[in-house]
Design a protein around this ligand. Structure first.
Ligand code: NAD
Length: 269
């Protein structure tokens, strides 16, 4: 598979290594702020979609080296522009950048109009997405046993900007969707006992923890805690590459759906 990387930051770099180890070829890298001229594996880094290549041929990266699929990990203020650039070239796009989902309808219209394909996920870790399913199933079972209360917590390094994490918000949404007797999340500080319909979820910021999320079912007799702990960023990079392989193989003949999430990939496999 020929792969284009849009964004050569922490994620772009790991994806280059993991994709290459899986036998894929990186044919194009775009990052306007990269300090290096070439990627670690020697691919020229272009400043934009329309930039000239090293030989000065304008538009030489326009088809992104014939990429079968692109993986985009940049930042929220540029991602929609990048999606448009990929869409009009009809290069299937895997989008890891977060915090742009309020523009999802606009993006869907672009992808449909161009006849392209896109897959996005707020969290590409296969482990986290499987964890969501395990917790949802446990919450559904626990709903019939009111002696089990449910809550949770997440831990991240002390440089993380947001609290609670996006992953925690999705986890809590899934628990509440699965349990009739829990309706209201209460984040962080709680200076009173929780109401029966409340679900208390705490966020801790400390040290270098890459990310841990736990759901805790607690009865007078025992505790069941289901916990996902990330060791590093490789889980995200690996999941994005797996999704790129899957999206590249979705044939143009199947036009019933053009915008996918990681759930579609998981359902399929
Ligand atoms: N979905 C997931 O699983 C997941 C996992 C980790 C990070 N993320 C998200 O992915 C994004 C990137 O994360 P990161 O850790 O690699 O960040 P990073 O800051 O290390 O890298 C972002 C890169 O994008 C580049 N960039 C900026 N504007 C660009 C443009 N117009 N075109 C191309 N490149 C451009 C920057 O120069 C930088 O190198 C963030 O939004 C982060 O929240 C998502």
């Amino acid at each position: 598979m020929k792969l284009a990387l849009i964004g050569y930051g922490k994620m772009g770099r790991r994806i280059e290594e993991i994709a290459t180890a899986r036998g894929h070829e990186i044919v194009s890298v775009i990052d306007p702020h990269a300090k290096e001229k070439t990627s670690r594996l020697g691919v020229e880094i272009a400043a934009s979609f329309g930039a000239a290549n090293a030989a000065g041929v304008a538009g030489a990266v326009n088809n992104l080296g014939g990429a079968d699929v692109a993986i985009e990990f940049t930042q929220p203020d540029v991602v929609v522009h990048n999606i448009q650039e990929l869409s009009r070239r009809r290069i299937p796009a895997v989008i890891g950048t977060t915090n742009w989902y309020h523009r999802l309808d606009e993006v869907k219209r672009v992808i449909e109009a161009d006849g392209s394909r896109l897959l996005y996920a707020p969290n590409f870790s296969l482990g986290v997405n499987i964890f969501y399913r395990v917790v949802s199933h446990a919450a559904q079972l626990m709903d019939s046993f009111p002696e089990y209360d449910v809550g949770g917590y997440e831990i991240h390094h002390n440089e993380k900007k947001e609290s609670p994490s996006g992953t925690a918000k999705i986890l809590v949404e899934k628990i509440i969707a699965a349990m009739k007797r829990k309706r209201t999340p209460v984040w962080d500080a709680l200076d009173r006992p929780p109401q029966p319909e409340e679900l208390h979820f705490a966020s801790l910021r400390v040290g270098a923890e890459p990310g841990a999320h736990a759901a805790r079912f607690d009865s007078p007799a025992d505790t069941i805690e289901i916990k996902h702990t990330a060791r590093n960023r490789d889980g995200f990079a690996f999941g994005a590459v797996r999704c790129a392989e899957w999206l590249a193989n979705k044939k143009d003949a199947d036009v019933s759906q053009r915008v996918f999430t990681i759930d579609d990939f998981l359902e399929d496999v």
